[in-house]
Design a protein around this ligand. Sequence first.
Ligand code: GTP
Length: 226
Amino acid sequence: MAADMESSLETSLSASGTATGTLPPARSRIFKIIVIGDSNVGKTCLTFRFCAGRFPDRTEATIGVDFRERAVDIDGERIKIQLWDTAGQERFRKSMVQHYYRNAHAVVFVYDMTNMASFHSLPAWIEECRQHLLAGDTPRILVGNKCDLRSAVQVPTDVAQKFADTHSMPLFETSAKNPNDNDHVEAIFMTLAHKLKSHKPLMLSQPPSDGVVLKPGPKPAVPCWC
Ligand SMILES: Nc1nc2c(ncn2[C@@H]2O[C@H](COP(=O)(O)OP(=O)(O)OP(=O)(O)O)[C@@H](O)[C@H]2O)c(=O)[nH]1
């Protein structure tokens, strides 16, 4: 992953590059999106699905944080979506928490639709986020995962929607495993990236080094989810 992160240091000038044979790479905006929620809800699988395009063969509990990154083209602009897959288990995350939130441009809260306890944990995750995020207007979305396990669903959509409305977040129900189910993981992150693109000024972030972001981006503009 380190190599991927290094690539986000690319700088500008391709548009004005001269015919020297090796044009400098295009500058990319980087959107740091952190993915939060209880252990086992599928944060690793969701981020893997978006960045690698498939469901991982196997996963282990995330320790600290994993980074995944994907470059996308939005309206002709190259954007790097940097997903921070955070540990759900308290013992694997406590020393890292402030690094997750630092300079985050958006937050994805995840619960497991087949596990009511993971839904009931959401207020605690929202509170942690509130305590660490400087910008209270940082875009947030709510994702219910594992909707492919239809017969095991414990969290009704209307209950989740009510919760999402109360917290002014859009709700998506999806499956990292089965890309044909409900909202596509691809569409969820791309929707978020479109929102960020239309509201963020240009950022030249440094990539994280040992989990620490070196250079802050400017305060994000007020998001609009309408
Ligand atoms: N059926 C089904 N299983 C899923 C889905 N997403 C994840 N899983 C399974 O749920 C388990 C946990 O997935 P992870 O992605 O490792 O969960 P996590 O939230 O990253 O867990 P931590 O790293 O401990 O915080 C694994 O056994 C996955 O295979 C899904 O959409 N459908």
